[in-house]
Design a protein around this ligand. Structure first.
Ligand code: NAI
Ligand code: MG
Length: 331
C-alpha cells in the first residue's frame, strides 16, 4: 500500500500538485493520500511555516509531494523556509535532480544525467550571523556522516542506472578541509563498492563550463549543497526549462518529491503553470523510493509520447489543464 502526504504549499504549487496527484492515482489505484499544510500562507495563518502535524504525517507515511513555497527575500522574525525545515527536520540528506533531453523541448538531444546534492549542510546549514557592523559571516559545515549518507545514495543510483561515469564536483583546491572531507569520504565509499574505474572528479567552475559545452559527457554528478543548488538550474536548460525539472529529497526510508521551480507569483492563477516538473517528481518517488521502476518508466514514457505528439508543453493559459489531460490520455 502506497501512502502519500500532499503538500501543495503556495502559488502555482496549488495548481500543479493536484494534477500530478491525479496522474499518480491513475498509475497506483490503491494510493492513499493525505493533505498537509506548509509555506508562507501557512506561516501567516498559523505563525509557523511547517506545522508539527505536517512533520508527523510525513514521518508516518514516509512519502510526500511538495509543490512550492514563497519565501520573502528579507528577514522576517520567526520565519524559516518551509522546505529547508522539512529537509533538515526529516533528515532528507540527499537531493536527486535528473536532467534529460525531452523530445520537442530540448535544444540538445542526448543529455541524460543526474545531479545528487548533499541536502542538509554545507553553506546552507543556517549558521549565519552578523559579526560586527558591516561584517556578515556564514559557516560551511561538512560532516563525514552526511557525506557517507550521500555516497551511499550515489551508490544506489549508480547501480540502478548502470552508471558509466560518476563525477565528484567540489572546490578542494580553495576549500581543502570541507571539500576535501567531502571528496575523500565519497571516494572511500564508492571505490569500496567497486566504482573506482567510473569515478572521476571536477572543480565546480570547470564542471559548470562543461555542463554548457558538453553535457552528454556527464552521467552521475555528486556534489555539496551550494554547488548542487546552482548546477541543476544551469543543466536543466538542456531539458527544456525550469517548468519540467523534477527533484527528490531523499532520506533513510523517507522521501519528498518536489518540482525544482518556485511558487511563480508572476503566473499564478493564469493557467500557464507547467505541471510536468511535479509529475516527473512523482516518477522519481516511484523509481527510487517505492522501488517501482516499471511504473516510473510508464509515467516517463507517457510524458515522452505526449511531447512527441504535441511538439510543445506550452499551451498558454491552458497549459496546466492540457498537459495534465494529455499525460493521463497517454497513460
Ligand atoms: P520561480 O521558479 O517561482 O519562477 C522563475 C520563473 O520561471 C518565473 O518567470 C516563473 O513564471 C517561471 N516558472 C516557474 N515554474 C514554472 C512552471 N511550472 N511553469 C511555467 N513557468 C514556470 O522562481 P522565483 O521567481 O525566483 O521565485 C518565486 C518565489 O518562489 C519566491 O518566493 C521564492 O522564494 C520561491 N521559491 C521556492 C522554491 C521552492 O519552493 N523549493 C524554489 C525557488 C523559489
Ligand atoms: Mg535552486
Amino acid at each position: 500500500m502506497h501512502r502519500l502526504v500532499v503538500i501543495p504549499g503556495d502559488g502555482i504549487g496549488r495548481e500543479v500538485v493536484p494534477v500530478a496527484v491525479e496522474i499518480l492515482e491513475a498509475l497506483l489505484p490503491g494510493l492513499q493520500t493525505r493533505e498537509a499544510d506548509a509555506g508562507w500562507d501557512c506561516f501567516q495563518r498559523q505563525g509557523c511555516a511547517v506545522p508539527e502535524a505536517t512533520f508527523d504525517a510525513l514521518r508516518e507515511c514516509g512519502a510526500g509531494l511538495f509543490g512550492a513555497v514563497s519565501s520573502p527575500s528579507h528577514r522576517v522574525p520567526g520565519y524559516r523556509s518551509a522546505i529547508l525545515q522539512l529537509r533538515q527536520g526529516l533528515r532528507l540528506g540527499t537531493s536527486l535532480r535528473p536532467v534529460r533531453s525531452w523530445p520537442s523541448l530540448s535544444s540538445r538531444p542526448g543529455v541524460d544525467l543526474i545531479i545528487l546534492r548533499e541536502n542538509s549542510e554545507g553553506l546552507y546549514s543556517g549558521r549565519e550571523h552578523l559579526e560586527a557592523e558591516g561584517v556578515a559571516i556564514a559557516e560551511r559545515v561538512v560532516t563525514r556522516e552526511a557525506c557517507l549518507a550521500l555516497a551511499h545514495r550515489a551508490q544506489d543510483v549508480a547501480k540502478a542506472r548502470h552508471a558509466r561515469r560518476i563525477t565528484l564536483v567540489h572546490k578542494a583546491n580553495v576549500l581543502p578541509l570541507t571539500c576535501g572531507l567531502f571528496r575523500d569520504t565519497c571516494r572511500e565509499v564508492l571505490e569500496g563498492e567497486g566504482w573506482a574505474s567510473e569515478l572521476d572528479e571536477r572543480l565546480v567552475d570547470v564542471a559548470a563550463l562543461q555542463l554548457v559545452e558538453q553535457p552528454e559527457a556527464f552521467d552521475l554528478i555528486v556534489t555539496t549543497n551550494l554547488f548542487g543548488d546552482i548546477l541543476p538550474d544551469l543543466a536543466c536548460h538542456w531539458s527544456g526549462g525550469l517548468g519540467l525539472a523534477p527533484s527528490l529529497n531523499w532520506g533513510e526510508g523517507i522521501a519528498l518529491a518536489e518540482p525544482v521551480h518556485g511558487s511563480a507569483p508572476d503566473i499564478v492563477g493564469s493557467g500557464r503553470a507547467n505541471p510536468l516538473g511535479a509529475i516527473l517528481s512523482t516518477a522519481l518517488l516511484l523509481r527510487y523510493h517505492w522501488q517501482e521502476p516499471v511504473l516510473a518508466q510508464r509515467l516517463e514514457g507517457a510524458v515522452e509520447s505526449f511531447l512527441w505528439e504535441e511538439g510543445r508543453a506550452d499551451f498558454g493559459f491552458e497549459t496546466t489543464r492540457v498537459v495534465g489531460q494529455g499525460i493521463l490520455a497517454a497513460l
